[in-house]
Design a protein around this ligand. Structure first.
Ligand code: GLY
Length: 393
């Protein structure tokens, strides 16, 4: 396997040029080269103490305090996933040793039916483990997780229910992010031979396709259904600027989710939607020149608004896969642009900050003023996945 420095070199060559054009202000004073900066950050993941209750989620950039979560948090699978992906990128067995320990903490989430996030928690950890080692115990966790996730499916609505909170506001909320959990279902059917999981995923994707998109191919964050009639009650948001805005990460989940659903089904309607939403995003007039979006493309404060590196990395990873199916160069070029932009001193977390994160400038939940313009674990996860996908192309 190639080492990290070489990969950083190949994929980071244009980043300095892009950095000069960025609107991001927090220039680091770090004198290390971009390649060394990333290598330094990779190594810090190994130094983070193993503890099942302290899965790293994000970091308050003002206090340097790391937000640590237990396995029930939706982000809990990403750290293990990052370690597995770094093992695949570097071949360094230290990443694998740590990955095995962190992955074990997510096992019990395959039984947790309290939210739709089983896919994120179980597939980003055990799914990544399975790409490295063909172990029956990893397969069993994925199949159990799929079984649990299917309990949240209502045939009348034709969707998996996303959340159980805010019951006084919503009857049956389904969020665009939920598309990401379908990969667990598709893969579980392949592993078990049981078509139930795959059929559930297809029904969910078809309902989402029908109701979640606008005329311009941007998507709503939340669709609330009437579970009695199965009809749409409300098209709304929780994490966007308002109901009619364009929450950046939501667009990325949509492109990723429908490209992935196409991978398993070859349903042309799915890839058509993925392409339409990708094109909407790529042509948006509020997208900064370096391609790293503001957290919501309709935030009236733009250009004085927070960026979201996580949205960019989810989109970059999705666009590499979309390019693989379509061979349309605009997807490849756009993904490369975003990847080059983040591999710069503008976005890589300063090497003086000791924390298990790679990038600064993601935004988690702006309406709640939670995790604004700071390092968030899933930005790193989709960056590493995008590196691997680019390498595979
Ligand atoms: N629920 C996943 C997200 O915040 O994007």
């Amino acid at each position: 396997m190639k080492n990290v420095s070489f990969i950083s070199l190949v994929l980071g060559f244009a980043s300095l040029a892009t950095a000069c054009k960025s609107g991001i202000n927090s220039q680091t004073k770090n004198p290390l080269s971009v390649n060394n900066l990333l290598d330094t950050r990779y190594k810090m993941l190994l130094d983070y103490p193993v503890d099942s209750m302290s899965m790293p989620r994000s970091m308050n950039i003002k206090t340097n305090e790391i937000r640590k979560v237990p396995s029930k948090d939706w982000t809990s699978g990403f750290f293990a996933g990052n370690l597995w992906q770094l093992y695949r990128l570097t071949g360094d067995s230290k990443f694998k040793e740590q990955a095995e320990k962190w992955t074990a903490f997510s096992r019990k989430e395959s039984y947790n039916k309290n939210s739709h996030d089983i896919g994120f928690k179980v597939f980003c950890s055990f799914g990544e483990a399975l790409k490295v080692e063909n172990k029956k115990e990893y397969e069993a966790v994925i199949i159990k997780g799929a079984e649990t996730l299917c309990k949240r499916f209502d045939p009348k609505v034709g969707s998996i229910r996303s959340w159980d909170f805010n019951k006084e506001i919503w009857d049956y909320p389904v969020i665009i992010d939920n598309m990401m959990n379908l990969e667990l279902l598709f893969e579980a059917s392949k592993l078990s031979g049981n078509p139930k999981y795959r059929n559930t995923a297809i029904q969910h994707a078809n309902t989402t396709l029908k109701n979640q998109f606008r005329e311009d191919n941007s998507c709503y964050h939340v669709i609330d259904y009437d579970p009695v009639s199965g009809k749409v009650r409300k098209k709304t948001t929780l994490q966007g600027y308002n109901d009619d805005s364009v929450w950046a990460r939501g667009q990325a989940w949509a492109v990723y989710g429908f490209t992935m659903a196409y991978r398993y089904t070859k349903d042309e309607a799915f890839i058509k939607q993925a392409e339409a939403t990708a094109l909407f995003f790529m042509a948006n007039k509020n997208l900064p020149e370096d391609g790293i979006p503001y957290w919501d493309l309709k935030d009236p404060s733009i250009p004085n608004s927070a960026r979201d590196v996580s949205a960019a990395m989810v989109m970059a990873s999705a666009l590499y896969e979309l390019y693989g199916y379509t061979k349309k160069d605009n997807y490849l070029a756009f993904a490369d642009k975003m990847m080059n932009s983040v591999q710069s001193k503008n976005y890589i977390l300063d090497s003086n900050i000791k924390a298990p994160f790679l990038f600064d400038h993601s935004t988690g939940n702006w309406p709640k003023q939670d995790e604004i313009d700071e390092p968030i674990i899933y930005a790193d996860y989709y960056f590493l996945e995008a590196l691997l996908r680019k390498k595979a192309l």
